[in-house]
Design a protein around this ligand. Structure first.
Ligand code: ZN
Length: 307
C-alpha cells in the first residue's frame, strides 16, 4: 500500500513540475522598469511583455495594431495612468473587465513638477500628467520599493496558489532595491552642493527623497538656440548654488546646456532616466539597479559628495 501511494505522490509531483514550467500569468508592462519589477516578482510563473520597445522612451507611446490583441490575453496590465501613455489607457478602456489594471501611480505619494526658474523659457512636452503631477516616480528607489509591493500584492491576489512564491521572489528583488536606497542615502549625505541642474526634468522624486534640489533647464531641444534670458537665469542660479556639473540625458548636449556649462565653468555629465533600455544595455546585462548605481556615482562626483 505504501509503495503505491508513494508512486502516486511522485506522479503528481511530476505533473506539477510540467505545469510549473509554463507561466501561469500573462503580464503587460508599460515600459522597462515596470517590466523588470514584474519579472522580479513573478519569476518563472509569469510571462511579461514590455509595451515600450527597447531604445524607445515611454512618453506618449504609440501602440502598434499587433499589440492590441495582447490586452485581451493579459491577466494584468501594469502601467502609469493620468495621461502618461494615453494609448495604453485607451486600450485598457476597451479591454475585457477580467483584465486586472494596476496603475502604480495609485501606490505612491505624487509630487508636482519642479518649477522652472523665473526668467527661463521653453516647454518640456509630455513630461507633466493630469493634475500637474510629475510622472518620473521610478527614479526614486524608495518609491520603487513601494511599487514592487503593489505588484506583489496584485499577483498574489489573482494567483493565490502561488502567493508564497511571489512573496519570496519579491523579497530577493527588494533586498537589492533596499540596498540601493541605503547607498543613495549614504552616498548623497554629505555633498558640497545639493543642486542638480538637469536637461530632462526627470529627477524630482529622487531629489525629494534624497534631499536634493532640481533645477530643470528649459528648451532642451538640441535645435533650439539658447535664449539669452534663460541662459542668464540658469547660469546665475547655478553659480550661486556652487554647481560644477550640468546633467544631461543624452550624449548630444543641447546648445543651452553647453553654453551654461561654459559660462560657469561647469562640466557636463549624463544621467540615465531609465525610460527605456537600449538593446545594447539589455545585452550588457544592465538592470534598473545597475543603472541607478551608475547615476549615483555620477551624482556623487558632480555634487562633490564625501565618502
Ligand atoms: Zn521623462
Amino acid at each position: 500500500m505504501f509503495a503505491v501511494s508513494a508512486s502516486l505522490v511522485v506522479a503528481s509531483c511530476g505533473s506539477d513540475d510540467t505545469g510549473g514550467s509554463q507561466p501561469t500569468l500573462t503580464v503587460l508592462a508599460a515600459f522597462y522598469p515596470l517590466g523588470e519589477a514584474a519579472r522580479g516578482v513573478g519569476g518563472d510563473l509569469v510571462s511579461v511583455t514590455d509595451l515600450t520597445p527597447p531604445g524607445q522612451g515611454p512618453h506618449d507611446l504609440e501602440l502598434q495594431p499587433a499589440q492590441m490583441g495582447a490586452f485581451e490575453e493579459a491577466d494584468v496590465v501594469i502601467y502609469l495612468g493620468r495621461g502618461f501613455q494615453p494609448q495604453v489607457e485607451a486600450a485598457l478602456a476597451n479591454s475585457p473587465a477580467g483584465v486586472t489594471r494596476l496603475d502604480l501611480l495609485d501606490s505612491v505619494d505624487l509630487l508636482g513638477v519642479d518649477e522652472q526658474l523665473a526668467g527661463t523659457e521653453g516647454e518640456v512636452d509630455g513630461e507633466v500628467l493630469e493634475g500637474d503631477v510629475d510622472p518620473h516616480v521610478w527614479l526614486d528607489p524608495s518609491r520603487m520599493i513601494t511599487m514592487v509591493d503593489a505588484i506583489t500584492n496584485t499577483l498574489a491576489e489573482i494567483d493565490p496558489d502561488n502567493a508564497d512564491t511571489y512573496r519570496a521572489n519579491a523579497e530577493t528583488y527588494l533586498t537589492d532595491l533596499r540596498g540601493l536606497d541605503r547607498e543613495y542615502r549614504a552616498g548623497l549625505a554629505k555633498c558640497r552642493s545639493r543642486v542638480i541642474v538637469t536637461s530632462h526634468r526627470a529627477f524630482g522624486y529622487l531629489a525629494d527623497t534624497y534631499d536634493l534640489r532640481q533645477i530643470p533647464i528649459a528648451g532642451i531641444s538640441p535645435d533650439v538656440e539658447p535664449d539669452p534670458r534663460t541662459l542668464k537665469a540658469i547660469a546665475a542660479e547655478a553659480k550661486a548654488e556652487g554647481v560644477t556639473t550640468i546633467f544631461l540625458e543624452s550624449i548630444a548636449p543641447p546648445d543651452l546646456a553647453k553654453t551654461v556649462a561654459r559660462e560657469i565653468g561647469a562640466e557636463l555629465d549624463l544621467l540615465d532616466p531609465i525610460e527605456g533600455l537600449t538593446q545594447d544595455q539589455l545585452d550588457a546585462g544592465d538592470t534598473y539597479a545597475s543603472i541607478m548605481r551608475d547615476n549615483l556615482r555620477r551624482l556623487a562626483a558632480g555634487l562633490e559628495c564625501a565618502g
